[in-house]
Design a protein around this ligand. Structure first.
Ligand SMILES: Cc1cc2nc3c(=O)[nH]c(=O)nc-3n(C[C@H](O)[C@H](O)[C@H](O)COP(=O)(O)OP(=O)(O)OC[C@H]3O[C@@H](n4cnc5c(N)ncnc54)[C@H](O)[C@@H]3O)c2cc1C
Length: 471
């Protein structure tokens, strides 16, 4: 996958720049360059001219100024999970925040200040010391930045909203190199735009989150059913979701039993339907309320039980290794009829690799209690996320897996009569403007105006891009 052509930088100015920043600056041939240019998705193989491993906000300002003055393509690297590889580019500069991962919790105010390169493991590790959490994702190595700036779904979204709904403020370096605070009271329009389209507006060097009481122990239901039970289980799942309390963030995941020691060898590779429901309130209540879920069919395995919240937040980590291949696409959908549930089961039966997951994730709750124009994230009334999380480890399967995901996504758009994507799962973002228009809906024009104010030259364009006026 190539990106835009390289801008030329002379050796002397690169050297002067490197001498002025506190972090490391890497160029091709430097020790560490080849590790630093890789991202989680093994499909991405790019060669930036410079990788700036920033030590702090001052380094970010220097890097933004250096790039803008030379017309360089800019990538911002947070947790590097983005499937399209937007954290890196060919021939430009990477503003790498992976050394900026500090998390400071204020247990009295129930807030956390989180640096722009932190992962959810960093956040959960510190906040759980106080029995507190910010709503994050489900794989602990995912970056706080990319996930939060474009939504943020995990197991707490129905109780506490998207990750971005718990933001109180950010510190952001905008395209002019200025360090700004954005909150409801300071630069409110920038704060509005950052919550949903953040990567378009600058480099967020720190996030201030409001924290909520969660854990340190939770109960989760995780019965695993055979595909024979899928029609009955999926209908019961939908009916259960209709009145599930907000403490639950249910998911119905079609997958295959991973070939690892934790699972009985005779089940390795068997296609399954996992119903995963984390209960974020009192674990005793969770155990009682989730008992019926175990009786929807005859589980071939049952992984339900109490667990430390941090364990629940990292239990999928091993299945999404660095260098695996990922091409995920998604649709935000309404209430499904029986026919649509059957369509999902047909899709699941046709998955192109054992590692691919078809995930039907309940939304609503607190997400939908925020007005669609209160933040840039507009799609708040969706009832479910249908996510085609196509992963694979065999490099020869890439074309087949990508092709299957594109075809299936197009077919599901027809079946569900919607084109609304969740911007954290958009494959390579190849639909470009159509994608962002479909996602931001009525908020799109306001975002264009904010982009024109804060980044008129479209310096930050390695993302699901909102082009400024005239840009
Ligand atoms: C294995 C895996 C599991 C996932 N699980 C979930 C999940 O449970 N819930 C969910 O909602 N999503 C999930 N995602 C999707 C994830 O939210 C997106 O891939 C997101 O882009 C990752 O953010 P990142 O910081 O790790 O990625 P990066 O690739 O570093 O960045 C993603 C985007 O954000 C920009 N960016 C990064 N840091 C900053 C910053 N500090 N300031 C401004 N812009 C920045 C980048 O330029 C890029 O455009 C998952 C993805 C993977 C691969």
């Amino acid at each position: 996958m190539g990106t835009e052509a390289a801008a030329s930088i002379d050796a002397e100015s690169a050297q002067r720049f490197a001498a002025g920043v506190r972090g490391r600056v890497l160029q091709q041939g430097d020790p560490g360059y080849d590790e630093a240019r890789l991202v989680r998705n093994g499909l991405i193989d790019r060669h930036p001219a410079l990788i700036v491993q920033c030590a702090g906000t001052a380094d970010v300002v220097d890097a933004v100024d250096f790039a803008r003055e030379r017309g360089m393509v800019v990538s911002i690297r947070g947790g590097a999970h983005n499937v399209a590889g937007n954290a890196v580019n060919d021939g430009g500069i990477v503003i790498d925040l992976s050394a900026m991962r500090a998390v400071h919790v204020d247990p009295e105010r129930k807030t956390a200040r989180v640096q722009g390169g932190a992962t959810w493991a960093d956040v959960d590790g510190e906040t759980q010391l106080w029995g507190l959490a910010a709503p994050g994702g489900q794989v602990s190595s995912t970056g706080v930045a990319g996930l939060t700036l474009h939504g943020g779904l995990g197991s707490l979204h129905r109780k506490y909203g998207l990750a971005l709904d718990s933001l109180r403020s950010v510190e952001i370096v905008t395209a002019d190199g200025r360090v700004r605070t954005a909150s409801e009271s300071v630069n409110p329009e920038l704060f509005w735009a950052v919550r949903g389209a953040g990567s378009n507006f600058g480099v967020v060097t720190s996030f201030e989150f409001v924290l909520h009481p969660v854990g340190p122990e939770i109960y989760q239901a995780a019965p695993i059913f055979s595909l024979d039970d899928a029609p009955a289980v999926l209908r019961k799942y939908r009916d259960f979701c209709a009145s599930a309390p907000d403490e639950m963030g249910p998911q119905a995941m079609f997958w295959s039993v991973p070939a690892v020691d934790d699972f009985p060898a005779e089940l390795h590779g068997v296609p399954i339907l996992v119903v995963l429901v984390v209960y974020s309130g009192d674990p005793d209540d969770g155990e009682r309320l989730l008992q019926p879920v175990l009786e929807w069919g005859t589980p071939i395995l049952d992984l339900s039980g109490r667990a430390p919240y941090t364990l629940a937040q990292s239990s999928f980590d091993a299945f999404f290794p660095f260098g695996g291949y990922y091409y995920w696409k998604s649709l935000l959908v309404g209430e499904p009829s029986d026919d649509l549930l059957d369509a999902i089961i047909d899709v699941a039966a046709d998955r192109p690799s054992p590692e691919a997951i078809v995930n039907f994730w309940q939304l609503g709750g607190a997400i939908d209690r925020v007005a669609p124009d209160a933040t840039a994230f507009a799609q708040r009334d969706a009832r479910y996320l249908l996510s085609l999380d196509t992963s694979w480890f065999d490099p020869d399967a890439s074309e087949r897996c990508i092709d299957w995901t594109r075809r299936t996504w197009a077919a599901m758009q027809q079946r569900f009569a919607t084109d609304r994507p969740y911007l954290n799962f958009v494959g390579f973002g190849e639909e470009k403007e159509a994608l962002v228009r479909a996602s931001y809906g009525a908020n799109y024009e306001r975002l264009v105006a904010a982009k024109t104010t804060y980044d008129p030259g479209n310096l930050f364009r390695m993302n699901n891009n909102i082009a400024p006026q005239g840009g």
